[in-house]
Design a protein around this ligand. Structure first.
Ligand code: URA
Length: 429
């Protein structure tokens, strides 16, 4: 087949800080997906984009080209509106688990296509797979039927959705080009737009445990994604939220499911409840419903009922005992004082090294591995008191996990205050 463009021309256009034409972008994404543009050429282009950026038109065309590489889902046959949430990823971020059934209580359907964890951030599917019997893989028809019946589904994205992104993301992962804001925004939004949701709330994390380490970069990413969603007809809102310290008191698969169930039972850590409620309110508003008492549905059992139905619909037993790690070890406070810093990245890496995460996508994860926190920043602690419990099936992993935690927390003299951003930092619409 004769090609309408030349890959080297496209690469040098961006290398020389010029704008790519719509035609060049559409061609390069299509040709890369077909194999007519080689990995080394696409990685050179991704690096040129990382260094020189893309403007709003280029990013919109890039995103549309990635959507066009695969199928689009269609939820228009449902009797209720749809709303989804996407988090850019963090440590202890189990919010999807209580959030999806909570929103379904209010007659808004939640089609949540999720991923597995890679690196120090956990994956929603890994967490749910710690529930005996639960299955992540559903056909499009089964997903639609569950949305009609239960109102919420959390499952793996099929291979037909934005295949260009799948190929490009794997390439970026090994070429140091993940961090380009135009590429992150188009990667996330191509999948969300192709998924067919009517409304989307983005939880853009800021801090050591997130992709975006500072507020400026997170704001730019959030704005770019909100523009892409809005231009594609998806009602899109972003919240910037704190990922300097882990969310809640657990990081690890079954540990996070247990904490999510506590939230659905009307308890659970304050920050997890606050963020779940804030995101549910935004999703309902974006789907055209406003004024519902979301917190009440966590307290009175309605969200728990929806959770049980959602888990059972995918073969899971909501009453089954969750796996527990075979070994635990405690980290004790070295002195009296105030815990002023508990670093999300350090806790995420330690949980990962204990077996909660994977280094390569084909690696297995341990369902029971992870970290339980006994104190959060601001807590007064006494020397010798438990700060954290480490969980793993393989005790030889404790040493490397403890190395990751070195410098990851600070106990300052009593009266000191942690210097933390608030949980809800900003809202962008
Ligand atoms: N998540 C995605 O889906 N894509 C990215 O590029 C980064 C995070």
């Amino acid at each position: 087949m004769s090609e309408s463009h030349d890959a080297v021309d496209v690469i040098t256009t961006k290398r020389d800080k010029r704008e790519l034409s719509d035609d060049q972008i559409r061609w390069v994404i299509d040709a890369y997906t077909r194999g007519a543009v080689a990995d080394e050429q696409m990685s050179a282009l991704a690096m040129a984009v990382l260094i020189n950026g893309m403007n709003r038109r280029e990013i919109a065309t890039w995103t549309a080209a990635m959507i066009a590489s695969g199928e689009r889902m269609d939820f228009s046959s449902l009797s209720r509106p749809t709303a989804d949430k996407h988090s850019t990823g963090g440590v202890g971020d189990k919010i999807t688990l209580p959030l999806a059934p909570l929103v379904a209580v209010f007659d808004v359907a939640v089609p949540q296509l999720s991923g597995r964890g890679l690196g120090h951030t956990g994956g929603t599917l890994d967490k749910l797979e710690s529930i005996p019997g639960w299955r992540a893989d559903l056909t499009n028809e089964a997903m639609l039927a569950q949305l009609d019946d239960v109102g919420a589904v959390i499952c793996a994205a099929g291979t037909g959705l934005a295949p260009a992104d799948k190929k490009l993301y794997a390439l970026r992962d090994v070429t140091g080009t993940v961090e380009a804001i135009p590429l992150i925004a188009s990667s996330i939004m191509s999948k969300k737009i192709a998924e067919g949701t009517g409304a989307l709330v983005l939880d853009v994390k800021v801090g050591s445990g997130a992709f975006m380490k500072n507020r400026e970069d997170a704001t730019e990413l959030a704005r770019t994604m909100v523009e892409l969603g809005t231009d594609a007809g998806v009602k899109t809102v972003a919240l910037l939220t704190n990922m300097q310290t882990p969310l809640g008191l657990t990081a690890g698969n079954a540990l996070e499911v247990r904490e999510s169930v506590e939230v659905l039972a009307g308890g659970g850590p304050e920050d997890v409840v606050e963020l779940t409620v804030a995101l549910a309110q935004e999703m309902l508003k974006a789907a055209g419903r406003d004024g519902d008492d979301v917190a009440a549905a966590l307290k009175d059992g309605r969200a728990m009922d929806a959770w049980r139905r959602m888990i059972a619909a995918q073969g899971g037993d909501p009453d089954a005992e969750l796996p527990v790690a075979k070994h635990t070890e405690e980290i004790l406070a070295p002195a009296d004082g105030v815990l002023t810093q508990l670093d999300a990245y350090a806790v995420g890496v330690a949980a990962w090294r204990l077996g909660a995460g994977r280094a390569r996508k084909e690696d297995p994860v341990q369902a029971g591995a992870g970290i339980e926190l006994h104190a959060k920043p601001g807590a007064v602690v006494r020397g010798g008191e438990k700060l954290m419990t480490l969980h793993t099936d393989t005790p030889d992993k404790f040493e490397r996990a403890k190395e990751a935690l070195e410098g990851g927390f600070t106990i300052a003299p009593e009266g000191s205050r942690p210097d933390l951003l608030p949980l809800l930092i900003d809202r962008i619409s």
